[in-house]
Design a protein around this ligand. Sequence first.
Ligand SMILES: Cc1cc2nc3c(=O)[nH]c(=O)nc-3n(C[C@H](O)[C@H](O)[C@H](O)COP(=O)(O)OP(=O)(O)OC[C@H]3O[C@@H](n4cnc5c(N)ncnc54)[C@H](O)[C@@H]3O)c2cc1C
Length: 612
Amino acid sequence: MNTNLIDTSHMTAGARAALEMAEAARDDRQHSGFAASLFFGSPQLDRLLPFPKQSDHDKDQGDAFLHRLDQVLTNLADPDEIDATGEIPDDLLSALALIGAFGIKIPVKYGGLGLSQTNYSRAAARLGATCGSLTALISAHQSIGAPQPLILFGTEDQKARYLPRCARGEISAFALTESDVGSDPARIKTVATRSADGTHYILNGEKLWCTNGTRAGIIVVMAHTPTADKPHATTAFIVETSWPGVEIVRRCHFLGLKALYNGVIHFDDVRVPVENVLGGEGRGLKVALTTLNTGRITLPAACAGLAHRCLEISTRWARSREQWGRPIARHSAITRKLADMAADTFALDGVVQYVSGLVDVDKNADVRLEAALGKLWGTERSWRIVDDTMQIRGGRGYETAASLKARGEPAEPVERFFRDARINTIFEGSSEIMRLFIAREALDPHLKIGAEAVNSTLPWKQRAKAAMRAGLFYAHWYPAKWLPLGSGDADDHVHPAFQSDLHAIHALSRKLARSLFYAMLRHGPALEKRQVLLGKLVDIGAELFAWSCAIGHAGQLVVDAGTPAAEVDRVLRLCEHFGKLQRTRIRALFASLQAGPSDAESLAVVDALPQA
Ligand SMILES: Cc1cc2nc3c(=O)[nH]c(=O)nc-3n(C[C@H](O)[C@H](O)[C@H](O)COP(=O)(O)OP(=O)(O)OC[C@H]3O[C@@H](n4cnc5c(N)ncnc54)[C@H](O)[C@@H]3O)c2cc1C
């Protein structure tokens, strides 16, 4: 870790170890997208615009696969039955394997379909609109299970041995979480010790909540591999569940995702050949975090599909249901919910299209910040959309699809969606952890410039020099954050209808950068602990990011000659509504920065709670 960046001198040993591991595992590439610049007060819109557009060839390839996927889902998938029985039928899984749904992104040379990230996201949206359990199975297999880390870190031999199996439909999984290891993976207890002859590792320990674990043939397992110089090192291993010593202890059951094949997996003296180390010894956390960084795009994509389905159900119901003499869609409280839902869903499409497009332009693109913002914003907003759908459906929203059907009403699965969607803000990085992660990335340029000056572990001469450098930099940077500067040529790519939104984004981005700067001046290294404040600043950045993506997405549709006039009109309306929403949301977040109870006051309330 670059110990100059963060002052760890006041931390406990555990906190320091966790931070040092997280820092060492940080991706050291340059951000590919424009999100970081939003936090720095100078949006680099040339990284957003022209907005990524799927080529006709890529779209045709995706359309062909989506057609086959739709056929399989329509003919063989009964999501309410899957939910009721807690099982995904074998014939459905076989049919999905046959059309290549287990190897969507796996290169053709390894037996996969070799489709783009954009097409993979489109497939995730289709699944997300249909069945949460199936989405989780396909996504855990391809987004975080064996294929993704193999593509990113695998040796040629590993790819040749495992990718064809994955593409054919052998299910894979990703095992990081343990009973005592959730959001903070630094204290993994599962341990792997190298054999005396150096040919293999002996793996011992237990993993919790491994999605697909009870059916997987291949699991990527993170284990502790301490050495004298790296006592906290972790390593990623490709483990086959047929090997002696691998035991599926039990299947876990949840509020939703009833057919998740999720379990506790025990490893008892499992011999793992050294050839199955993935990404190199001691690089396990890097493999895990980098895998999650890209894999995270799938969740907002699935959420976008779910949001579209909710909007469709809500609109249909609100237009047909009459109360107090008119359709509930015409009572303004419900009208507003529908309009907000539609605008948020449109923006979510923009976010997914943008982040997927970045990966398609450059397979090695570093989208950690954009994917994290997409995950945070997409899962939080879609949860709100599902909740509003339940509210709009009234009592029927709370009733199961089977019960509705038994009474002769349309079996709208809102109750199932509600149960299934709740996990999205928890797994693959909870919202709280996403905010910390995004804050760390957002503060990175400032840490590089100023942290040395306030790091009490460094010699005073080094700190004084650093303070001079930082002073010079901020003497230019800070006044510029008050000047109404645009992004030059990039602004010309924005459709005239969105120019005022663009100006607002520039101005609010500068205000966000100033607010972050004040927070750093006020709290110094202790800012890391001010999670409520940091969380609000991150939320402002997330709203600005979604807004920018919505404008890019809309601009592209509006100028496209193939977009029908009615669609152009609809998009302009949605964007105007979204712009108004975003101004209100961001204004409220800025107003809340200095308002409300302080952290110390909250702590006092919590400390005064009776012992349970
Ligand atoms: C259905 C399901 C499927 C899953 N699939 C997989 C899988 O395939 N593979 C796998 O490895 N794991 C999997 N998980 C585990 C999942 O990723 C974890 O639940 C998640 O990482 C959170 O860990 P935790 O539940 O232990 O919560 P904890 O880490 O104990 O956190 C509890 C709460 O405290 C908050 N919190 C924690 N630390 C901080 C902090 N520093 N600051 C502020 N707030 C904090 C969290 O946000 C959360 O709200 C799955 C879990 C579930 C429920």
